[in-house]
Design a protein around this ligand. Structure first.
Ligand code: C5P
Length: 326
């Protein structure tokens, strides 16, 4: 008897970006434990690649930056993304091999796990020819984590709600960054909890008024429209920064070193501990990266530019292009 030969879908590789927050305004804790936010997300050219392949059972493997720190089981957001997509498209039993090539450090405030989840959603949608629209994927993404919808779209966008409600921001120009990675990660939940504690302590001593609903920085939005990094640098703000600094006081030295070496703006990225430094141009970002590396205030430094695209299927020619000398 001749058995039917099922076509095996080719593996799909998707590349998804890290993000920094140009503004992160944190409001009061909501009844569901999350905080209402207004944030300006900005995707940067530091990417994880996720390859999904049809398999008999779901597995996950991780290589690259911090690979040992990434769980290779159901607790990985990429695994949850594949399960959520299978459920949403009526293929409950569908299994997939997920291979993550990490360049985005873990627990760094750069939304690396969210990038992997977004890449897995896009990859499985293609692998299974599921045909979900961008809007469907965004809805699924929001169930996985607050930053996952942004990793799908990339660019520069305003996030509201807990970060998952996005509107594109009118931004012009390319921005050049040096990213200083910390020696130890920070838990996002712990940083938010510390932010609440610091605020409560200040309120008790009368130093801080009641926490109000966050508002978008209009000067920052105007500066983004102008495309001038010199205007943007002093307008970068992060309400989580005092909490990240109280958990890792050494980050003060990292921020100071970046400012001393000419950064236009110096800020903790998201919940940290990565510090993001805005430079005038690509050459100055390189100089800043060299100076920060030499100053010994961080584990490693990367250069990146933004805005970068959201989760995108990597075609063969893209892979070929990656091998070209720059
Ligand atoms: O959404 P995500 O799972 O990435 O969030 C991780 C943690 O960060 C949450 O469990 C919560 O403690 C905190 N968080 C928050 N408010 C937000 C986003 C995240 O309190 N808007």
């Amino acid at each position: 008897m001749i058995s039917a030969i099922r076509p095996v879908a080719a593996p799909v590789t998707v590349r998804a970006p890290a993000k920094v927050n140009l503004q992160l305004a944190v409001g009061p804790a909501r009844a569901d434990g999350y905080h209402s936010l207004v944030t300006v997300f900005h995707a940067v050219s530091l990417f994880d690649d996720v390859t999904v392949t049809t398999a008999d059972k779901t597995t996950i493997s991780v290589t690259g930056e911090d690979a040992a720190a990434v769980p290779a089981d159901r607790s990985n957001l990429a695994w949850q993304a594949a399960s959520a997509l299978a459920k949403a498209t009526g293929q409950r039993g569908a299994s997939v091999r997920i291979e993550i090539r990490k360049r985005i450090p873990v627990a760094a405030g750069l939304a690396g796990g969210s990038a992997d989840a977004a890449a897995t959603l896009v990859g499985c949608n293609e692998l299974w020819q599921a045909g979900l629209s961008a809007r469907d994927l965004a809805e699924l993404a929001a169930t996985l984590g607050s930053d996952v919808p942004f990793a799908l779209v990339g660019g520069t966008a305003v996030g509201r709600g807990r970060g998952e409600q996005l509107t594109p921001a009118l931004a012009t120009g390319t921005y050049h960054w040096a990213l200083a990675f910390g020696r130890e990660g920070l838990s996002t939940a712990e940083v938010y909890a510390t932010c609440d504690r610091l605020r409560a302590a200040k309120a008790a001593t009368g130093d801080q008024a009641e926490v109000t609903e966050p508002e978008l920085s209009h000067p920052l939005m105007a500066a983004l429209r102008s495309g001038d990094p010199e205007q943007i640098g002093p307008l970068l703000t992060n309400d989580l920064q005092p909490a990240a600094l109280s958990l890792q006081p050494a980050l003060r030295r990292t921020l100071a070193a970046g400012r001393e070496h000419g950064a236009l703006g110096a800020i903790v990225s998201g919940s940290g501990p990565t510090c993001a430094f805005l430079a005038q141009d690509a050459a100055r970002a390189r100089d800043l990266a060299v100076a920060l590396t030499g100053s010994g205030v961080c584990r490693a430094v990367a250069r990146a530019s933004g805005p970068a695209p959201g989760a995108t299927v990597v075609r063969d020619w893209d892979r070929h292009r990656d091998r070209q000398p720059s």
